[in-house]
Design a protein around this ligand. Structure first.
Ligand code: 5GP
Length: 129
């Protein structure tokens, strides 16, 4: 049974997506942080003065399959990594925004779960119209 497909309604995980290639070191990235469960790196096309992507190392397309199928340690590890990156980069006081796109309506481009971390200026309204 393909849990990814069943849970998220998305296609199965594609090992050739760009973040899988970054995780395997086949495509370079500007690394910010890495641990057992997560990798954080600068977005190639930043939308704010600081735009970092945090991704779990496991093979998850979106939040639904991650939340439903990842072992507790991976979920905890990933969430802790997101918080750690925000603290490490010094955004706690000034603030920052986390955003995760899931599926077509959100314009998710890369089918590997990722959280965008934006910071470094007032970030405007929550959603672009
Ligand atoms: P999504 O639209 O899926 O939420 O966001 C995907 C993000 O990945 C985009 O902000 C895009 O700029 C970024 N991105 C796409 N390809 C690469 C790449 O090869 N390297 C890096 N660092 N970021 C990428």
């Amino acid at each position: 049974m393909n849990l990814n497909q069943g849970v998220s309604g998305r296609p199965p995980y594609d090992d050739n997506n760009i973040f899988a290639k970054i995780l395997r070191g086949e495509i370079p990235s500007r690394k910010v942080y890495e641990d057992e469960f997560a990798l954080a790196f600068h977005d190639i096309n930043p939308q704010a003065p600081h735009h970092v992507l945090v991704i779990p190392k496991g093979r998850y397309v979106a939040f639904a399959d991650f939340a439903a199928t990842a072992p507790d340690a991976e979920i905890t590890g990933f969430i802790r990594a997101v918080g750690h990156v925000a603290r490490m980069l010094g955004f706690e006081e000034s603030g920052y925004r986390l955003l995760a796109n899931m599926g077509p309506d959100s314009h998710q481009e890369v089918p590997h779960l990722h959280v965008h971390l934006f910071a470094g200026r007032p970030l405007g309204p929550m959603l672009a119209t």
